[in-house]
Design a protein around this ligand. Structure first.
Ligand SMILES: [Zn+2]
Ligand SMILES: [Zn+2]
Length: 649
């Protein structure tokens, strides 16, 4: 095997970096800047260092000439990196080498907002880091190198000011994708997540600066380019795609999968083609590698959802990248990609908050977490035919019984599923959503043996207007006002990034119906849905009528100028925010039910703000937003039953 590390000094020789064994001062400075934690690289560039060219490859061989110790195999390195003590040390930002040397993360250039160093709580658990390391070390060395090359290739660019203008020199932006989202880190911590030797790192960075399109050197032979060593074009494609998924994808903890945005393969290929330049593979080859490679089995494209809405930001940002690629200006491409990454970082942070709600719902009887969504599709009509049964159907197919299914998924062990089936006589308004939540609460908490309603409720919904409205907030306020619960957190996932658990349940149902081929009456529809759910805890109900919650609750909302604005948009200073999460609770001062909001669930400060503190950071106003009409307290539906809604005709 031709060793990357061994090749490296020769590369430099050929580029004139070595002159009689001494290193040019500029390069020495660069090296020192590249290796802030230790200066081993310098030794490499001294005349003695050349004799150590093999030994320098691995931390464990620093002090001994290569002749005395064989180079550790891939397995030995993986064993070392996966040892509990090496893992524990890495979680604390410490790099342990095979010969027992320890390198701590010294001054941190990318501290968290709390001031903690960049490696703090980077993974949700030791298991998360272990799983990542196992996967990464399971790749061949060629793929590992290629992954890091492609990650870094995207990360060498100039910073941008507020208006999107680049300033300063390009610099390395190290970031790591973990089960906690994306984190900007220092080089030392990047290497804990992607362990390659310093020498390889330097070699890759040099190749990127020189405009090389791949991690591995190539030679020309008989007019065609050939990789040196064991590397192949396939490794480069795999490495590129793993890096693409790390930067663009969403980590799904349940399946330990990475879901990349749903785009055409051709769109993905266009980005790879730009990145590979003249070395780009044929489109068909790219597709076949993606399809058949076990190393990519954990990466999948977002499902095409029944009620899928594109995230307009994603569409715009993808277009920006596409246009930047057309200009062939590498700086523009990198910055467009960096902006797109920033968006994915935000959406991932939101999902992680959702996951933590889900877990607290599963872990405690005193917390309830649920998500609700509607399933409207061509498959929920009666009759339904997967394939047209004949020409006569073309003229009749609009004359069907339309049904809608409101799904509520309660995060429990195992999850509980509720499906409320309605036809068009019931409008899909806030009344239906509230009715769904009410029926779930009744089912879970009203029997004599049932536990009391939990003190904390997390409710997740989509961003539709029948969810994000005062009626829902008033219903939750009613629960808090009458002491059914203490705190309700009502959140909205970002449109287009909701390939969530509830969507997956709907797609189980949808696939089942498609497999059956046809549904001829409502009875069969119910029976088929039950069959589709199999052993999963699920309850199916036909909702024949709903209460008129909207009019029951509305009088308790402040009116006129007293009505707070801002569930769709809120103004803080000059900024217009789009709140995505609401907290309904009794304020401690007087027990008045109030509302706080945040633009993103992952934001640290609840708004509205009181004022900025000395450092300019926002501080939560404990008064919150009063939105209840003091003259008309919320009625308790257990005492005063709401009216039933009229049918829609
Ligand atoms: Zn750091
Ligand atoms: Zn998006």
């Amino acid at each position: 095997m031709v060793d990357d590390f061994v090749l490296f000094p020769f590369l430099l020789w050929s580029q004139g970096c070595f002159d009689g064994g001494s290193c040019p001062p500029v390069l020495q400075d660069q090296l020192q800047a590249s290796f802030p934690d230790h200066h081993r690289a310098r030794r490499f560039y001294t005349p003695q260092g050349i004799n150590m060219k093999r030994a320098i490859d691995h931390d464990d061989m620093l002090e001994q000439p290569s002749s005395q110790r064989p180079r550790p195999s891939n397995e030995e390195r993986a064993d070392h990196l996966l040892k509990p003590e090496t893992i524990n040390a890495a979680l604390l930002g410490e790099r342990r080498t095979m010969d027992g040397m320890h390198f701590v993360h010294k001054s941190c250039d990318n501290p968290l907002p709390s001031g903690a160093p960049c490696f703090s709580n980077m993974w949700t658990s030791k298991h998360g880091y272990e799983a990542h390391m196992k996967r990464f070390m399971g790749y061949t060395q060629e793929i590992r190198t290629s992954v890091v090359f492609n990650l870094l290739k995207e990360q060498f660019y100039c910073d941008e000011d507020k208006d999107g203008r680049a300033y300063g020199k390009p610099k390395w932006h190290y970031s790591v994708t973990t089960d906690q989202g994306v984190r900007t880190v220092c080089q030392h911590v990047f290497l804990l997540a992607y362990p390659i030797s310093d020498t390889t790192l330097f070699r890759l960075q040099t190749r990127i600066k020189e405009g090389c399109t791949s991690a591995h050197a190539k030679v020309e032979e008989g007019g065609t380019m050939r990789y040196t060593g064991k590397a192949t074009l396939r490794d480069d494609i795999i490495g590129w795609y793993i890096a693409y998924a790390a930067l663009m994808g969403d980590y799904m903890p349940d399946e330990q999968q990475i879901v990349v945005p749903r785009r055409g393969r051709a769109e993905e290929f266009a980005e790879l083609e730009y990145s590979f330049g003249a070395d780009a593979p044929q489109y068909q080859y790219f597709c076949s590698v993606l399809k058949h490679t076990p190393e990519l089995a954990h990466i999948c494209r977002a499902r095409k959802l029944l009620n899928f809405q594109h995230c307009t930001t994603c569409v715009d940002l993808n277009e920006e990248v596409k246009q930047a690629i057309q200009t062939k200006d590498p700086e523009k491409v990198k910055r467009a990609k960096a902006r797109r990454r920033a968006h994915h970082t935000t959406t991932r942070a939101e999902r992680l908050v959702y996951y933590s709600h889900r877990e607290s719902g599963r872990a405690s009887h005193d917390v309830l977490s649920l998500i609700l969504d509607k399933w409207d599709s061509a498959k929920t009509t009666i009759p339904y035919f997967a394939r047209s049964p004949g020409h006569w159907w073309t003229s009749l197919k609009h004359d069907v019984l339309e049904q809608h299914v409101l799904g509520v998924l309660v995060h429990d062990q195992p999850n509980r599923h509720y499906f409320f089936n309605v036809n068009s006589t019931i409008s899909g308004s806030a009344n239906l959503n509230i009715e769904g939540i009410r029926r779930v609460l009744v089912d879970m908490y009203s029997s004599a043996t049932a536990p009391k309603l939990p003190r904390t409720m997390y409710v997740q919904g989509d961003n539709a207007s029948d969810n994000k409205c005062w009626s829902l907030l008033l219903f939750f306020a009613m629960l808090v006002f009458h002491g059914y619960t203490n705190d309700v957190y009502f959140s909205f996932l970002i449109v287009g990034h909701t390939h969530e658990d509830i969507d997956q349940v709907f797609s189980i149902l949808s696939r089942f119906l498609k497999g059956i081929g046809r549904v001829v009456d409502p009875g069969q529809f119910d029976a088929d849905l039950k069959a589709a759910m199999g052993d999963r805890p699920a309850r199916f109900e036909q909702i024949l009528s709903v209460f008129d919650w909207i009019n029951f609750l509305k009088p308790s909302l402040r009116t006129g100028t007293e009505l707070p604005v801002g569930i769709q948009h809120a103004k803080v200073g000059d900024e217009t925010l789009v709140p995505h999460t609401f907290w309904i609770h009794k304020r401690s001062r007087d027990g008045c039910v109030v509302l706080h909001y945040k633009e993103r669930s992952a934001d640290s400060v609840w708004l509205p703000p009181l004022a900025k503190d000395a450092s300019g950071a926002l501080v939560t106003d404990p008064e919150g937003i009063e939105f209840l009409n003091p003259d008309r307290p919320l009625l308790d539906p257990l005492v005063t039953t709401p009216h039933e809604m009229e049918f829609v005709v």
